[in-house]
Design a protein around this ligand. Structure first.
Ligand code: HEM
Ligand SMILES: *[C@@H]1O[C@H](CO)[C@@H](O)[C@H](O)[C@H]1NC(C)=O
Ligand SMILES: *[C@@H]1O[C@H](CO)[C@@H](O)[C@H](O)[C@H]1NC(C)=O
Ligand SMILES: *[C@@H]1O[C@H](CO)[C@@H](O)[C@H](O)[C@H]1NC(C)=O
Ligand SMILES: *[C@@H]1O[C@H](CO)[C@@H](O)[C@H](O)[C@H]1NC(C)=O
Ligand SMILES: *[C@@H]1O[C@H](CO)[C@@H](O)[C@H](O)[C@H]1NC(C)=O
Ligand SMILES: *[C@@H]1O[C@H](CO)[C@@H](O)[C@H](O)[C@H]1NC(C)=O
Ligand SMILES: *[C@@H]1O[C@H](CO)[C@@H](O)[C@H](O)[C@H]1NC(C)=O
Ligand SMILES: *[C@@H]1O[C@H](CO)[C@@H](O)[C@H](O)[C@H]1NC(C)=O
Length: 331
């Protein structure tokens, strides 16, 4: 495994950082709104900053919204659409789980006051996700822009394509591969779980009778296991939450990966990146590198976010620029 910033000296390390940050080919451009909305990045930054001052967890919630948007019909703001029994908001991976919609509304209305009808909700999500990472101590990257908003929100599709915490590693890898994302992207983007929280109901299967074994998940470190057993008793409130990274829950850093090395991943889908048999020849070597090299993690994460932000984008005359992120324009 390559470790650009480990023992190779400062200049070599810097050079590798630049290579990792080269944008991938796309129809999007970082200066898309240069003349139509010159203050866009300032406006989004200010609103995200305000939201984080109010609640630090909002960084995680905004980052996750962009991910859940991109995997379902591409990065087209479809997760933001209200209504419909089969809308994305009411799909299992999002219901009582995805959050931050009000913050997106606030950002959108600030953007609309400065440049009306110009900036897509999908682009706002992509910038807000980047700002959330950066303001949490993570890497900065220039966000390619020019996405247009979709008009369809498909909850059935969301449930099919989004990875679940109970999925085995090969399923998670194929869900990413189906989006044009590779093993590097699986591991680096999973590092998003260095911030934010998860509900008991999404990991309590590990705590008492894991996969019908009659015992807890043996890959879960015993001290953390007993903490979680008290927090999430059998038949308790599945909506209770705890932090995904117990070391530094609000800081975007490499402790998510360090945790995996000591059996302290919260979700099964986190720990299997290191502890499953399939991990040996796929994700484990990357987890090990990232756990000891924040330069490599930050560079790969930024690159993978740009790749994820390019999934099935609508440009040109496809889609529309929504006025209100919750409804399509014709309604
Ligand atoms: C690899 C497959 C993944 C699985 C199985 C997964 C699963 C989950 C689950 C179950 C939660 C907790 C939800 C809840 O408590 O209701 C969660 C939270 C979160 N996920 Fe993922 N996730 C994955 C990948 C990603 C990716 C690629 C990103 C972003 C790049 C991401 C960002 C987040 C964040 C930031 C949170 C915390 C949200 C908050 O506190 O509001 N996840 N994830
Ligand atoms: C982390 O990398 C440094 C060199 O940068 C090395 O000396 C050290 O042994 C590594 N630690 C682990 C746990 O791999
Ligand atoms: C951009 O914001 C500055 C203040 O920060 C303001 O003076 C300027 O008029 C704004 N430009 C546009 C085009 O809205
Ligand atoms: C939603 O996605 C499902 C599953 O892929 C598909 O069968 C269905 O046709 C889609 N519905 C719409 C309205 O696009
Ligand atoms: C994943 O794709 C990136 C380019 O997008 C490439 O640099 C990286 O080496 C690939 N990783 C693997 C494991 O193939
Ligand atoms: C664990 O679950 C399995 C199947 O779900 C069940 O047959 C078994 O009795 C359970 N064991 C305990 C100790 O609860
Ligand atoms: C969590 O809260 C929601 C909304 O209040 C409720 O509908 C749901 O049943 C709760 N879920 C669990 C697992 O307790
Ligand atoms: C986080 O890890 C660092 C060292 O890696 C340690 O010094 C610190 O005590 C840990 N903090 C928490 C809250 O576990
Ligand atoms: C994976 O690695 C672990 C630890 O090195 C080892 O115990 C296990 O047998 C390996 N599994 C496979 C399928 O190679």
């Amino acid at each position: 495994m390559k470790r650009p910033c480990s023992s190779s000296g400062y200049y070599f390390c810097l050079m590798n950082m630049f290579l990792l940050l080269l944008p991938v080919r796309s129809q999007l451009t970082t200066d898309f709104y240069k003349s139509s909305c010159p203050n866009l990045s300032k406006i989004v930054r200010r609103e995200v900053q305000k939201a984080l001052m109010n609640e630090i967890r909002m960084a995680a919630s905004l980052l996750r919204l962009h991910f859940h948007d991109c995997f379902v019909n591409g990065c087209d703001g479809s997760i933001l659409l209200d209504g419909g029994d089969d809308g994305e908001k009411s799909a299992a991976p999002n219901l009582n789980s995805a959050r931050g919609y009000e913050v997106v509304d606030t950002i959108k209305s600030s953007v609309e006051s400065a440049c009306s009808g110009v900036v897509s909700c999908a682009d706002i999500l992509a910038i807000a996700a980047r700002d959330s990472v950066f303001l949490s101590g993570g890497p900065f990257w220039k966000v390619p822009l020019g996405r247009r908003d979709g008009t369809v929100s498909n909850g059935t599709l969301a449930t099919e394509v989004l990875p679940a915490p109970f999925d085995p590693l090969n399923t998670i890898i194929s869900k990413f591969t189906n989006m044009g994302l590779n093993l590097t992207d699986v591991v680096s983007l999973s590092g998003a779980h260095t911030i934010g929280r998860a509900r008991c109901t999404l990991f309590s299967n590990r705590l008492f009778n894991f996969s019908g074994t009659g015992a807890p998940d043996s890959t879960l470190e015993t001290g953390m296991l007993s903490d979680l057993q008290s927090l999430c008793p059998q038949n308790g409130d599945g909506n209770v939450t705890t932090v995904l990274d117990r070391n530094s829950s609000d800081l975007f850093d490499i402790h998510y990966f360090k945790n995996l090395l000591s059996g302290k991943g919260l979700l099964s889908s986190d720990q299997i990146l290191f502890s499953s048999d399939e991990a040996n020849s796929t994700t484990k070597p990357l987890v090990q590198s990232y756990s000891n090299d924040s330069g490599q993690f930050f560079g790969d994460f930024a690159n993978s976010m740009i790749k994820m932000g390019n999934i099935n984008i609508k440009t040109g005359t496809d889609g529309e620029i929504r006025k209100n992120c919750r409804v399509i324009n014709s309604q």
